[in-house]
Design a protein around this ligand. Structure first.
Ligand SMILES: *Cc1c(COP(=O)(O)O)cnc(C)c1O
Length: 388
C-alpha cells in the first residue's frame, strides 16, 4: 500500500519538475550568463582572495536587493550567525532563544559565543517561531530586571532570539518584535534560507537588529560557500566588517590589530559568483514560485499529504518545497523517503529537532509538541529552478 502511495507522489514530483526518468536532486546550483566571465576575470587578474572589486560590489548589490543599509559578506552563513550574535551583545553564560526545528548552524553559533541555546516551539502556519506561545512561556519563566530578561530557573540572562525563516517561509515577524520589546530581547533573523522572501512587502533579514543569509551551494543563490550579515545599523555593520577581517587597523603596510578577531571575510572569487547570481535572482525566484504553484496544484486533493503554503501577507521564495504528511503517516516518513530514493527522487526529511541531539542535551526548552509533530511529517521535495 505504501508502495502505491509513493509511486503516486513520485509521479506528481516528476510531472512538476518535468523530468520523467533521470535522478532528481533536492537542489543544485544554477548559473546565468556572467558567472563564468566574472570568475575567469578573478583568475586572470589574480584577485581571487581577500581583496578585490567583487566583494564591495556584492555587498552593495545585496544591500540594495534586500533593502537594508548595509551588507557584510563573510565565508558562510554559520560565521554570519556567530558574528551577528556577538554584535547584539551575546555574552558567555547567556541564553539565546532559537527554534528546535532549524538547521544545526543556528544552535552551533550560539555555542561559539559560549552561550546556551534555549529551544522554543514553532507555529504550524509558518514553521517558524510561534510568538504567542513564546510570550506565554516567557511570562511564566522569566523576569525583566533592569531591562535584562532573566531565566528564573537558571538565573541566566536570556539575551536574544534568533528566528529562522524555514524553507524561505517568513515567520510572524511583528509578533516576534512585540515579544522582543516586552522582554528586552535582541532580535537576530536567521534568513539563511529566505533571500527573495518578503514579509508584508519588505525583504526578510532587515527586520531584526541584524539578519544573516547563507550562500551555500544548496541555497537559492550561491557563492560556492558564503554568507552575509544584513543591517540598517551603520555602526553595527562597521564593527562586523572589522571583526570579520582580523580587526586590522587600516594602514598601507603595517599590521596593527585592536582585538582578537576572525578571518571570516568572503574571498573575491566567491563574491564574483555572487554578483552574477544576484543578476539572475528575479528569474530564479519566479521559476521557483512557478514550481511551488505546480506542486500546490498537483497535491491539492491528495489524501495523504499536502504542500506547505506561504503564510498570509508573505511572499516566499519557496527555497525547498515541503510536503506535509497527514498525521496517520507520521511514523512512515522514513520508509516513504527510502522508497522515493529507490525511484531516484532524492528527497530529504526535515531536520532532526535539535533538542533531540545528544550535543544539545540538557539545554533549556519549552514545550516542543508542534516541533516534535512536524519533525516527523515533513519531507523536502526537489526544487531546483532553471534559467531557460
Ligand atoms: C544553510 C543554513 C545556515 C548556515 O549556512 P552555511 O552557509 O551553510 O554556513 C544557517 N541557518 C540555516 C537555517 C540554514 O539553512
Amino acid at each position: 500500500m505504501l508502495e502505491s502511495i509513493v509511486e503516486n507522489i513520485v509521479s506528481s514530483v516528476r510531472q512538476v519538475m518535468n523530468e520523467p526518468e533521470a535522478g532528481l536532486p533536492l537542489h543544485i546550483p544554477v548559473f546565468g550568463k556572467n558567472a563564468e566571465s566574472y570568475v575567469v576575470e578573478c583568475v586572470r587578474t589574480g584577485w581571487v582572495s581577500s581583496v578585490g572589486k567583487f566583494v564591495d560590489r556584492f555587498e552593495e548589490d545585496l544591500a540594495r536587493y534586500t533593502g537594508v543599509k548595509r551588507a557584510v559578506a563573510v565565508v558562510n552563513g554559520t560565521a554570519a550567525l556567530h558574528i551577528a550574535q556577538l554584535m547584539v551583545g551575546v555574552q558567555p553564560g547567556d541564553e539565546v532563544l532559537i527554534p528546535s526545528l532549524t538547521f544545526v548552524a543556528t544552535a552551533n553559533s550560539v555555542k561559539y559565543c559560549n552561550a546556551t541555546p534555549h529551544f522554543i516551539d514553532v507555529c504550524p502556519k509558518t514553521l517558524g517561531v510561534d510568538p504567542v506561545k513564546l510570550d506565554g512561556y516567557l511570562s511564566e519563566i522569566a523576569d525583566v530586571k533592569e531591562g535584562v530578561c532573566i531565566n528564573r530557573n537558571t538565573g541566566s540572562p536570556i539575551r536574544a532570539i534568533v528566528g529562522m525563516h524555514a524553507f524561505g517561509h517568513p515567520f510572524d515577524i511583528e509578533g516576534v518584535q512585540t515579544v522582543c520589546a516586552k522582554f528586552g530581547l535582541k532580535f537576530v533573523e536567521d534568513a539563511a534560507e529566505s533571500i527573495g522572501s518578503y514579509y508584508k512587502n519588505q525583504h526578510t533579514g532587515g527586520f531584526g537588529d541584524v539578519g544573516i543569509i547563507s550562500f551555500n551551494g544548496n541555497k537559492t543563490i550561491t557563492t560556492g560557500g558564503g554568507g552575509a550579515l544584513l543591517t540598517n545599523d551603520e555602526s553595527l555593520a562597521d564593527r562586523a566588517k572589522h571583526i570579520t577581517t582580523t580587526a586590522k587597523i587600516s594602514h598601507p603596510y603595517r599590521y596593527f590589530h585592536d582585538t582578537v578577531a576572525y578571518n571570516y571575510r568572503m574571498p573575491n572569487i566567491n563574491a564574483a559568483l555572487g554578483c552574477s547570481q544576484l543578476e539572475d535572482i528575479e528569474a530564479l525566484i519566479s521559476c521557483k514560485r512557478g514550481i511551488a504553484d505546480r506542486y500546490l496544484k498537483a497535491f491539492e486533493s491528495n489524501e495523504v499529504c499536502q504542500i506547505f503554503k506561504e503564510p498570509a501577507d508573505c511572499r516566499s521564495n519557496y527555497w525547498l518545497n515541503a510536503l506535509v504528511l497527514n498525521p496517520d503517516f507520521a511514523l512512515k516518513s522514513g520508509e516513504i523517503i527510502n522508497l522515493m530514493h529507490q525511484h531516484k527522487v532524492f528527497v530529504r526529511p526535515i531536520w532532526e529537532p535539535l533538542h533531540k541531539l545528544d550535543i544539545f542535551a540538557g539545554c533549556p526548552q519549552m514545550d516542543l509538541s508542534v516541533t516534535l509533530d512536524l519533525g516527523n511529517r515533513i519531507i523536502n521535495l526537489p526544487s531546483t529552478p532553471s534559467l531557460d
